[in-house]
Ligand binder design. Sequence first.
Ligand code: NFE
Length: 470
Amino acid sequence: MATITVVDPVSRIEGHMKITIEIDQGKITDAKVSGTLFRGFENILTGRVPDDAPLLTQRICGVCPVSHGIASTAAIEKVAGFTQSTNARVLRNLILGANFIQSHILHFYLLCAVDFAAGPASTPWTSAWNVDIRSGASSIMSHFGAAIDARRKAHEMGAIFAGKLPHVSSFVPGGVTADITSAKISSYQSLLNELKTFINNTYIPDVQTLANAYNDYYSVGVGPKNLMCFGVFDQSNGSKLFGSGYMAGGTGSAATLNTANITEHVTYSWYQSASPANPASGTTTAQYPKTNAYSWLKAPRYSGSPVECGPLARMKISGRYTGGVSAMDRHMARAQEAKVVADALTTWLGEISSGTGYSSSYAQRTGSGEGLVEAPRGALGHWINIASNGTIGRYQVITPTCWNASPKDDSGVRGPIEQALIGTPITDAKRPIEALRVIHSFDPCLACAVHVMRPSGETLTVIQQGGLCG
Ligand code: NFE
């Protein structure tokens, strides 16, 4: 007989997620993923001056603020038809690359490792669950402290040009306001060298150790296999380090990306029902309670299909990763991507030229623009409309986790994590560690909220918190 297991909250992710899984004969047969917070940033931005957007949208999350800052400035700069200078391009890459590295290290060691390897036999490490933990992966935990240190160094490296992290203070429409000095360049270089050593000698070998001990996870947590990348890290020749594209079914060459093919569905989300809309014209109007709805995430779809985004999508679409799509492939691709980014940072550091990264000639105009970038967890888009009075008339954000952790769409098709969970073998329905391993492989982040709505209608305002996100 099928049993229903609810895990609420799912821990060791950013933000608040609940899963409801049906288990029959040792396998998951149905799955619902719920985002249990309302993010109202789109509505907070309406009526404000556009220059507020890069600062406020970075507060969506303490883990990926750099990507939000870049997407927001890019959207505003699109409105004005502005082209960034070489130094703005390079500084944005240097700050974003540091953020990718810190996020990937955080994810593997602090959020995932204890799913697979036993920690010290003391609080808070001792697991309440007596589950399948294999000794072959135990050496990974001995690098936990070094990983915290490496992550701090990545934050310090980004802060050299960001002003501080999390939440960059030097990103504005028109460029990057950071001073460029030879002392800063050499500090960045020396931290980067230390991080490269950690990535090459510790992080990548540890992921290989994990894959050796748990190689059955190459066939667990597959999902719909449709992969998408918005493109990221502008290079000197006009291309991107990770080009944009859409790879249906996880194989073959990627098709050209067209954001006109994006729609957001809300039949199963706590938003006012409407036909699926493109984010350039969509709205974010809460409706709670709502019959059949089970998530605060909308269900974005590309050409009507659920889509996975993240390091595996970037690495496969760029041809750098030739493996499959599974929980373990996500870990492998993420670690290998950290090396690709670290190596590229050395190149960009050498491209800094004299002068600043900011253009004071930049001027905003009236109109619409989209800012597309990649965050550590995948494709991130900001869509802005600047009204005739110069304030924001409309703002929409689609985060990577919204793609990955989306609920069912209007056709009843489940989101990527929901699909990836189905078929996962579960040894103990009361301790579904295997389900958590699948979820964590996507590195979901559902943080991003400043308002919690209660069923009574009472609104509790909370401050964006640091914690693991910070
Ligand atoms: Ni809150 Fe983020 C990343 C973005 S999440 S961490 O990476 O955008 O979907």
